[in-house]
Every structure is written in C-alpha cells, then in structure tokens.
Ligand binder design. Structure first.
Ligand SMILES: [Zn+2]
Length: 470
C-alpha cells in the first residue's frame, strides 16, 4: 500500500474504504526552536513499506561507509513532485518526485552519498542538531517552509530563523546569497566525500553526476516550481566539472546497479506513478518496458486503484507465482481483498507479507491488524491489538497506527487504553495540546504508576523544546 491524498488540505483518515489511498496530511506545528511557529502546516508524508525498504537499502551501505549509523536508517517519504533529499542524523527525507525522476538506483544512491558527506563533514551542524531533536513532522514542515521561503512564496520566517536556518534570514534573494556564500566549500567537500563512499561500496558516481548535471543545465522538471534541492545545492559549472573528473577517475565508473535492485527501482517508480500521478503517468512509464515485471506490477496497481478488483487480483496472483517471496505482492493482494470486503482472506495475505518482509516494516503488521479488525470477532480484535502494537513497536512515530489501535481498544471496551493510544497518535503528529488532553483522560482511569499511566505522564510533561520534564 502506498498512501496518497484524497483531499488536499485535511487531516485524512486512512479509513477502510480508503485503504491504499490516503496521504497522511498532518498539521504539524513547528516546534524546532521551542516556540510554536506561526506556520504550522499540512505535511504530505507518504508511507509505504516497499519504498521505504528500498531507499533504506540504497542508504545503508553508504551510511556505513560514512561511519554514520550502524543500524537502521529512518526513511521519510515526502509527497512532493519536486526534487529534494535531506539527511539529518539517521533520518533521510526524500521527495517522491526525486525517486520518480531517477531512472536508476545509482542516481538516488549518489545523492544520498552527497548528503551523507554533509553529515560526516559536520556541515550546518547547528541546524542539524536542532533538526535531530525535533519530531519528524516538525522537520518536514520546516523543510517545506524553507522551500517556500526560498521560492519567495511566503515571508513568514520566524520559525525558521529560530531553527538557525540561514535561508530564513530574509527574502528569497538574500537567503539564496547567504546559502551560496557558506555552501561553496561545503558542496565541494561533500562531493569528494560522496565519491569516497561510492568507491568504498564499489559503486559509480555517474548517477550523482547525472542528477546534479540535470539541475545545472535545465529548468526544474516541475516547471514553475523551484526544486528545493536545487536552491540548497548550488551547481556552478566549475563544481560539476570537478565532480566529473573525480567520477571518471573511479575504478567503478562503469559499474551499473545489480539487475534485481534495478527491478525493485522500476517497480517503485511505477508504483509512485500509479498512486501519485494516476493512470496516464503510470502508463507512460510502463510503455517503456512492456511486459516487464514492473509494468505488470503497475497494471495490477492500476486495476486495484481504479476498482477492477477481479483483474487486479488475477494479475497480483500471477506476480506472486513469479516471486513467491515478495512481501509487497502479498501486501497488494491484501489491499485488494480488503477493498473487495474479504477481510479474512486479506488478513491471510498480510500475515504472509509480515512473515516475508526482511525489512521488518512497522506498516505491514498495522495493515494486518486492520484486516483483523475488519473481521470483527472479539478474538480477531485481540489479535489486531497484538499486531498493531507489534507494528508500532517497530515504528513508534506512525501516528495513523495509533488511530487504529485506539479504535481496536475501543471496540474491545478498553477505554483508557484507547485514550492513551489516541494521545500517542496526537503526540506523534505534533498535536501536543490534544495529546495532553487525551493523556490526562487516560490517566484518570489508570492506576498511578503503571506503565500506561507513566507513558501518559510523559506526554503530559512533554515540552516542545524536545525535553521531557521529570
Ligand atoms: Zn550539498
């Protein structure tokens, strides 16, 4: 499932009928600097187990080569057709537009390598530290705000200035000048580091060169829209020329991505095209490789999205036959069966997806839990609670997951647990005020000192500066 927007500016609910179809548009108050900013805004985050796992697979070896993180990389997909990618600590933010534009994994891997170079080099350290402390939603709001400000679309810059972000100092022009001034050397350093990481992992720098070259030469692909990445990464001719020398010196310059990885990349692009761009966008992409696994995956997705469930199921079953261990084919099968109002069969498919998923995504158990909730027996509701909790254990910031958890507890008659789950969901979407209200309600019904009571107390005590008062 890849969630996508139904209506543009609402906090959407991923209801059963809307499965696979809703972007989490979350109103996130910016809390980076401790003061709630005036430009709380809607943040289009998309969640998808398959894409997150793939991008994590791109990032992991690079992060390791850069000495950044031994374990997981948190991937945050931003539903925006412009090109942007940004790393903070172990969180990698990447626009779906960037993934769509890249024809090969190597193009994305190169950009990740460059961003890792910024991190390892301690560039913009103050900003990054502040971002690291902040919640994911607040960061995205900040970044989107940054893009908007640089593009001259808004003049409200208090929140960003508080976050220590140079771009917020004034209007677009001034922001751009200050960025250019301090970034020139940092960009060169990050490019060099990127090549080091690519060499260490036996990968070519051609993808990075291609991506940067595109920014340097042409107008943004998205027309009038300014790509945030392009603004934050000046690409003067000299820089591209220097990079080209480094790329071509590498013994891995001609290395191409492994076919299996390219296939996953192609499937991801078709999926994004189908969900974000609709039939026309997906068909355009599929026409380039008719009959390929990615194209047939796209056909199954389109049939699902446009309500031809029987055809979609047949196509998905054929895909499963071809790749029986692919968890995302099972996930799609689950999505189709949910839409066809067959929650029991859907639950079986999701259960398979969960057991096959090497990335241990927190999303798949939540989908499994939703199917169990739809089955609706007391026994399946209890199982649903276990699965959703399992998913949230892997993925604490999944605000939507708490909504389902709250619903499942509610249907089981466990009101304090439902209220605490609601508090958690509000908390992780940046709505601290309502989080506290629900936490207090839960506390009234819980025994003082028990784990749920203590968690509620943490939420009540939470100060948006990032510290929990004791
Ligand atoms: Zn850069």
């Amino acid at each position: 499932m890849l969630s996508r927007p139904r209506s543009t500016f609402s906090i959407s609910s991923l209801g059963r009928t809307a499965r696979g179809f809703a972007t989490l548009l979350l109103a996130a108050a910016i809390a980076v600097s401790g003061s709630v900013s005036a430009f709380a805004q809607n943040v289009p985050v998309v969640r998808d187990a398959e894409i997150e796992a793939l991008v994590r697979d791109y990032a992991r070896p690079i992060f390791k080569a850069a000495g950044l993180a031994n374990d997981g990389v948190n991937i945050i997909l931003v539903n925006d057709q412009s090109f942007n990618a940004f790393v903070t600590g172990r969180r990698l933010f990447i626009n779906t537009g960037a993934l769509m534009m890249a024809e090969t994994p190597n193009e994305i891997i190169g950009v990740i390598a460059h961003e890792a170079g910024h991190i390892a080099g301690g560039h913009q350290q103050k900003l990054r530290e502040q971002l690291e402390r902040a919640k994911t939603m607040a960061i995205i709001a900040t970044l989107l705000g940054a893009g908007a400000i640089v593009a001259g679309a808004t003049t409200n810059s208090r929140g960003l200035a508080g976050a220590g972000m140079g771009v917020a100092a004034g209007g677009g022009e001034m922001a751009q000048r200050s960025i250019l001034a301090y970034q020139r050397t940092e960009e060169t350093t990050a490019d060099r580091s990127a090549i080091t990481y690519l060499n260490a992992t036996g990968q070519s720098g051609m993808g990075m060169l291609k991506t940067f070259g595109r920014f340097q030469s042409a107008l943004s692909l998205s027309g009038a829209q300014v790509d945030p990445y392009r603004i934050s990464h000046p690409m003067p001719q000299e820089r591209i020329a220097n990079l080209e020398v480094l790329v071509k010196q590498s013994p891995y310059v001609d290395k191409v991505d492994p076919p299996a990885l390219q296939q996953r990349h192609d499937m991801m692009r078709v999926k994004i095209a189908a969900y974000m761009g609709g039939q026309a966008a997906a068909t355009r992409l599929m026409r380039k490789s008719p009959g390929s696994l990615a194209s047939r995956y796209g056909e199954a997705q389109l049939a699902y999205l446009y309500g031809n469930l029987a055809a979609s199921l047949a196509k998905t079953n054929a895909l499963i036959k071809e790749q029986p261990k692919n968890p995302y084919f099972q996930e799609l099968r689950g999505d189709i069966l949910m839409k066809a109002n067959k929650p029991k069969d859907a639950a079986d498919a999701y259960a398979k997806a969960v057991s096959l998923d090497p990335a241990r995504s927190g999303l798949l158990p939540v989908s499994y839990g939703q199917a169990l909730m739809a089955v609706g027996t007391p026994k399946s509701l209890k199982k649903a609670v276990v699965q959703i909790n399992n998913g949230l254990g892997r993925d604490r910031e999944n605000a939507e997951g708490y909504r389902y958890l709250a619903q499942a507890y509610g249907e089981l008659g466990n009101i304090p647990a439902a209220e605490l789950a609601t508090a958690e969901g509000r908390f992780y979407s940046g709505d601290y005020k309502n989080a506290k209200i629900f936490a207090m309600r839960a506390q009234q019904k819980l025994k003082r000192g028990e784990p749920g009571w203590l968690r509620a107390q943490d939420i009540i005590n939470y100060a948006p500066s990032g510290k929990i008062k004791k």
